[in-house]
Design a protein. Structure first.
Length: 306
C-alpha cells in the first residue's frame, strides 16, 4: 500500500487516542494541567518479510501487534492521566494483557458455547445450538458494553473513540485537519474494532458450524484454538469490503456491524478532537504524507514523552 491508501486508524485510551501508521504509532493524552503529552512508538518494518504479506497470517500478526501496542499506549495514558506512579512495569503490563485475554476467552468464547451446549439435552440440533451460541456471544458483548458504558470514565473513553473516527474520516476525505475541519465528520468508521468484533461472531458461526457434532471438551478447545484463524479471516474480510465501502450494497451489508459502533462512540468535545489530531499528525508526518492544514500546535500544548 502507498502512503495515500494506507488504512490509518487506532484506538481510544485513557484521556487520549492512539494512532498507527506504517512507520510510527503515536499516543496523545490530555494532561490534568490541560496540555497534551505524546509518546511515539517506532514500528518495525515487517514489509520485507514475506509472511507479513500473506493473507490470514498477516492478520494474525497485525492483531497481535495491536494488542501489544494497545497495552503500551494504555500504560502511558494511565501514567499521564493519573500520575507517574500509575505506570506499570513490563511484567505488570504482560500480566494484565494475559489476564485480559484469559477473561475474554472465558466469558466471550467458552461460556456461550457451554450454555448453548446444554440444549443438547432438549434435543436441539447442531444448527440450533450454533445459532444460540452466536446469539449468546453477541448478547454478552452488547451487555458488557452497555454495562461499562454507565461509568463516566468509560463514557469519556467512548468520546475519544468518536474523536479518533472523526479525525480518520476527515483525513480520508482530504479535509483540513483542524478541530473545525473534522468536527462534523461521522462518529462511525467501517474499519472500527467494534465492527470487527461483530464480524468475528458471524464468521465464527460459520466455522464452528462446519465442525459439526463434537464432544463438549472438543467444542470448547476448538473455540480457543480456532479463534486466531477466525479473527484473521474477519480481518481479511473487513480489509476487502472496506475498500468498496463507497458502493451502496457494501454499506447496506455492513450496516449491522456499523450499528454496533453506536454503543462504543460518543460525541467528543473540541479538546478531545485536538487530542486525536495531535496523535494523527506525527504518524502522517513520519510516513511523509502531505495533508491539508493541521491544527495549530499552539492549540495543543504538546509535551513529548519518552
Amino acid at each position: 500500500m502507498s502512503e495515500q491508501t494506507f488504512p490509518y486508524g487506532g484506538q481510544a485510551v485513557i484521556e487520549g487516542v492512539l494512532m498507527r501508521g506504517q512507520r510510527q504509532a503515536t499516543v496523545a493524552v490530555r494532561e490534568p494541567t490541560g496540555g497534551i503529552a505524546l509518546q511515539h512508538f517506532v514500528l518495525a518494518n515487517k514489509q520485507r518479510h514475506i509472511w507479513a504479506k500473506l493473507p490470514i497470517l498477516r492478520g494474525m500478526l497485525l492483531i497481535w501487534d495491536m494488542l501489544k501496542l494497545g497495552m503500551q499506549a494504555l500504560n502511558f495514558s494511565a501514567s499521564v492521566a493519573f500520575g507517574e506512579d500509575a505506570e506499570a512495569s513490563k511484567g505488570e503490563t504482560k500480566g494484565a494483557m494475559a489476564l485480559s485475554i484469559g477473561l475474554g476467552i472465558s466469558f466471550f468464547l467458552l461460556l456461550p458455547s457451554f450454555l448453548a451446549n446444554l440444549t443438547v439435552y432438549l434435543g436441539a440440533s447442531v444448527l440450533l445450538r450454533e445459532v444460540l451460541e452466536s446469539l449468546l456471544r453477541l448478547g454478552f458483548l452488547i451487555g458488557y458494553i452497555v454495562a461499562i458504558s454507565q461509568l463516566p470514565e468509560v463514557q469519556r473513553l467512548f468520546a475519544y473513540h468518536g474523536a479518533e473516527h472523526k479525525a480518520v474520516n476527515a483525513y480520508e476525505a482530504g479535509a483540513n485537519l483542524t478541530v473545525e475541519g473534522i468536527r462534523d465528520f461521522s462518529l462511525f468508521h467501517p474499519r472500527c474494532g467494534t465492527s470487527f468484533l461483530g464480524i468475528v461472531i458471524v464468521i465464527g458461526f460459520g466455522v464452528f458450524l462446519l465442525l459439526g457434532e463434537l464432544p463438549l471438551w472438543a467444542k470448547l478447545l476448538s473455540r480457543v484454538l480456532l479463534f486466531p484463524l477466525i479473527a484473521a479471516l474477519a480481518y481479511e474480510w473487513l480489509r476487502l469490503v472496506t475498500t468498496q465501502y463507497h458502493r451502496p450494497w457494501v454499506r447496506l451489508f455492513l450496516a449491522p456491524s456499523i450499528a454496533l459502533q453506536q454503543l462504543t462512540t460518543r460525541q467528543p468535545d473540541d479538546e478531545m478532537l485536538a487530542v486525536a489530531l495531535a496523535a494523527l499528525r506525527p504518524v502522517l508526518l513520519a510516513d511523509g504524507v502531505e495533508t491539508q492544514v493541521f491544527c495549530p500546535r499552539e492549540e495543543w500544548g504538546l509535551r513529548t514523552g519518552a
